[in-house]
Design a binder for this molecule. Structure first.
Ligand code: G6Q
Length: 557
């Protein structure tokens, strides 16, 4: 019965369009549109449309997107929406929320919206409602958090837990790190989180030097429970713990697991009653709203974790139901396509004006680049258009004193996402208006630029040979996202907004956004090279650079 159902789903799936975007009329029309717009200046758009900054805005709950500082107009947006429809965006969105196996290369559904849906919702994966399972684990997480926070669950020597060490990497690390950093004002008193991801022993070592085994809880977070870095770190942490305590008896109290792999968790020596499950329909980089968020919930409290999930759900619903051009994720996806494919800009700067969002660029880097860094389409053919951009960034004002020079005056045009928070989460006077002033000023400067005449009329004493260096080309596109505050809810909205933006672009580019085969080759080669390092030998079958590097290492060891 189940097999028949899978075949039926695959049939529906194969009915989904896998359109080469280049072959659509909208793509051709957009190319013409880009030619027609040419180098028309953003300052001209603003002069011609005095209400541009009010009309090119979409708000949802605690987040507001101003996309007016992009080099496009209503007609361009309509064509972009036409492109999205021609590429089957609406059908793909329905298939996604319908639990179809849209991650075809891994034969999986992609159902992270179910992780943050309300208890009475119904989300089907292969015809089965997954909500009861989702809530079984959420309830387990909630009760675990409360036993830790109330000091009911104690370490093996009867002391309450004070430190949490999440051991995981990639999707089992970046989201949790980013969110716990972002929600610092919500940290539960007496709990200090730590994150260990790198196989470089320095990462684990510096954490172990800070914590006391008697009061530390280790969370081994790994979907597969086979990842080299995580398993190496987990084994070392376990060995350290046993050595500190003088016996293995306490391991069961101090190690818990988040995984889909019950057998491997058990084989590691973790009692599966201390395992928090998630499922293969949750992709690693889309997993912070699953049990992978246990370190978040323990750090900020389950209530705040729930609020984060509620914000994500609010954005899921907005993405699912809002019309294309009133839909924040769709708009950001379409604007990205316009910048990348038609204005030929291949990068995106993420510039949060909030210190607590300092790990957002790293998180979005994985979300976007691992999802859409692809060059083969869903029909298995090479693509002949640009796909995922290079995503990078830094907390805003720090970036201003580092790389903004290139954004303003370099030869590469870089679209930017400015992210600001209206209500500060600190009480210090004299800071926040400056922060916001900088946020607004930078996107305005990128938009306006500064002409030669303006330099000359500025009253500054500038010698003639320096004048050209003081000119800013302007016309550099940006989005500005304003969040009401950096609350768990608003942060949840922001995360889901970007998740769905990436989805939109993947569909239009006709690529599979939910696999990541590009990370495998290097891992395989590391497995080949490791024995050489262990044995201290080189080999004629290796290339000369590899042999040279090995020899140099032996020399210096
Ligand atoms: C994310 C990727 C990848 C993954 C890590 C960790 O989408 O799949 O970053 O999250 O490789 O994998 P495990 O959770 O299986 O250890």
């Amino acid at each position: 019965m189940k097999i028949t159902f899978i075949f039926a789903l695959e049939f529906i799936l194969n009915m989904l369009p896998k359109v080469n975007p280049l072959a659509t009329k909208a793509w051709q029309a957009l190319e013409l549109r880009a030619d027609a717009i040419g180098d028309k200046q953003l300052r001209t758009w603003f002069a011609e449309e005095p209400l541009r900054g009010e009309s090119m805005v979409v708000s949802h709950e605690e987040i507001r997107l101003d996309y007016s500082k992009n080099r496009l107009d209503e007609e361009t947006l309509l064509l972009l929406a036409e492109l999205a429809s021609a590429c089957g965006l609406e059908e793909a969105r329905d298939a996604f929320f319908g639990g179809e196996l849209i991650n075809e290369t891994e034969h999986r559904a992609v159902m992270h919206p179910a992780l943050r849906a309300p208890r009475d919702a119904h989300y089907l994966v292969e015809g089965v409602d997954v909500i009861p399972e989702v809530y079984r684990v959420l309830d387990q997480m909630e009760s675990f958090c409360s036993t830790i926070h109330q000091g009911v669950k104690k370490g093996c020597t009867g002391k309450i837990f004070t430190d949490i060490v999440n051991i995981g990497i990639g999707g089992s690390d970046l989201g949790a790190v980013m969110v716990t950093e972002a929600l610092r004002p919500y940290w539960v008193d007496g709990i200090q989180p730590h994150f260990v991801s790198n196989i470089d022993g320095n990462h684990l070592y510096q954490v172990l030097q800070k914590v006391n085994a008697e009061t530390t809880l280790f969370i081994v977070s790994s979907k597969t429970f086979t990842t080299l870095e995580t398993m190496t770190n987990a084994k070392s942490a376990r060995a350290w713990f046993v050595q500190q305590m003088g016996s293995e008896a306490g391991v069961k109290d101090h190690f818990v697991a988040v995984s889909t792999n019950t057998e491997a968790v058990s084989a590691f020596g973790i009692d599966t009653r201390n395992m928090f499950e998630f499922w293969d329909w949750v992709g690693g980089r889309y997993s912070l709203s699953s049990a992978i968020g246990l370190s978040i919930a323990l750090t900020v409290g389950f209530k705040n974790f729930r609020s984060l999930l509620d914000g994500m759900h609010a954005m899921d619903e907005h993405f699912r139901y809002a019309p294309l051009l009133g839909n924040m994720s769709v708009l950001m996806g379409l604007i990205g396509i316009w910048n990348i494919n038609f204005l030929k800009m291949s990068t995106l700067a993420v510039l949060p004006y909030d210190q607590y969002l300092h790990r957002l660029p790293a998180y979005l880097q994985q979300l976007d680049m691992e999802s859409n860094g692809k060059s083969v389409d869903r029909n298995g053919a090479p693509v002949h258009y640009a796909t995922g951009p290079i995503v990078w960034g830094e907390a805003g004002t720090n970036g201003q004193h580092a790389f903004y020079q290139l954004i303003h005056q370099g030869t590469i045009e870089i679209p930017s996402d400015f992210i600001g928070v209206v209500k500060p989460s600190h009480p210090l006077p004299g800071h926040h208006n400056w922060l916001l002033a900088n946020l607004i000023a930078q996107s305005r400067a990128l938009m306006l630029g500064r002409t030669r005449e303006e330099v000359l009329e500025s009253g500054e004493k500038v010698s003639e040979n320096v004048v050209p260096h003081k000119v800013f080309p302007g016309n550099r596109p940006s989005n500005t996202l304003l969040m009401k505050s950096l609350s768990p809810f608003a942060l949840g909205q922001l995360i889901a907004l970007y998740e769905h933006k990436v989805f939109v672009q993947g569909i239009i580019w006709n690529i599979y956004s939910f696999d990541q085969f590009g990370v495998e080759l290097g891992k395989k080669l590391a497995v080949q090279i490791h024995p050489f390092l262990e044995d201290g030998r080189t080999d004629g079958s290796l290339d000369s650079s590899t042999n040279g590097l090995l020899a140099a290492i032996y020399d210096w060891k």
